[in-house]
Ligand binder design. Sequence first.
Ligand code: 1JT
Length: 256
Amino acid sequence: MKSMLKDKVGMIFGVANKRSIAWACADAANANGAKLAFTYQGERLKENVEKLAGELPDSLILPCDVTDQASVDSAFEAVKERYGRLDFLVHSIAFAPKEALEGEFVTTTRDAFRTALEISAFSLTQVALAAAPLMTDGGSIVTMSYYGAEKVVNNYNVMGVAKAALEASVRYLAADLGKQNIRVNAISAGPLNTLSARGVKNMGSLLGYVGEKSPLRRNVTAQEVGNTSLFLVSDLSSGITGETIYVDCGYNIMGI
Ligand code: 1JT
C-alpha cells in the first residue's frame, strides 16, 4: 500500500495552506511515493506553499495563474523540464467574488459569472489540454466539486452553476482523453473548514447541519478527501472515468 504511486509524478493545483483540500491530496500522494509539483496563485501564497511543499523529496514549486495562459504554459514547461512526464494532476481551484456567495443567485453580475466560471470550471479544460501531452503513459486528473452543482444550496449561487459546468466538463474531457488512457474524475466533497470556506457567511451552521443530517452523523475530513484522490490517481481506479464520487459522509443520499 505504501508505494501505490511509486515512480509516478503528480501536479497539484490549489494549495493555499495546510487545511487546503489540495494539501490533503498531496499528503496522501507523497505518503505513497509520488513526486509532486505544486502551483500557487499569487505571491501572497508563495511562502505558505514553499513551507509545506519544500520539505517533500524532489518537489517543484511553481507560480500559476489560470487566467493567464502564458503562466499555465510555463508551469507545464517547467514540469516537462524537471520530470519529463506527468502521471496525475489534482485540480483544486475555485473562485467567485464574495458578494456572489451571498443573497440571491438572480442578482449575479456578468462579471462575477464570468470570473467564477473561468477560474472554477474552464481552468480544468485548460490544464487538461496542457497535461495530456506529458501523460505519455496514460494519466489521471481529479477535480473538486460540491453538492451545490446538483441541488440548490442557499448562498452557493454562481459557484453551484460553475460546479455544474465543472462536472459536465469532467464527462466531456473523460470522453476526449480516454483514448490516451487519461482518466478524468471529480470528487464531490462535503463542506470543510478551509480558507475558501472561511469567508463564507454561516459556514459554521452549514457544517453543523450537514454533520447532523449525514448518515455518518459527522462532517467529512480533508484527509478523507485526500485518500479518495489517492485512489482516483492510482491504478486501483483504472476502470473509473467521467465520474463524480461523493465524499460527504453520505449526506447526498438523504431525502426527508
Ligand atoms: C469557493 C468558496 C468554492 C467556497 C466554497 C467553494 N466550494 C465549496 N465551498 C464551501 C461552501 C461555500 C458556500 C456554501 C457551501 C459551501 C469561497 C471562495 C470562492 C470559491 O453555501 C452554503 C457559499
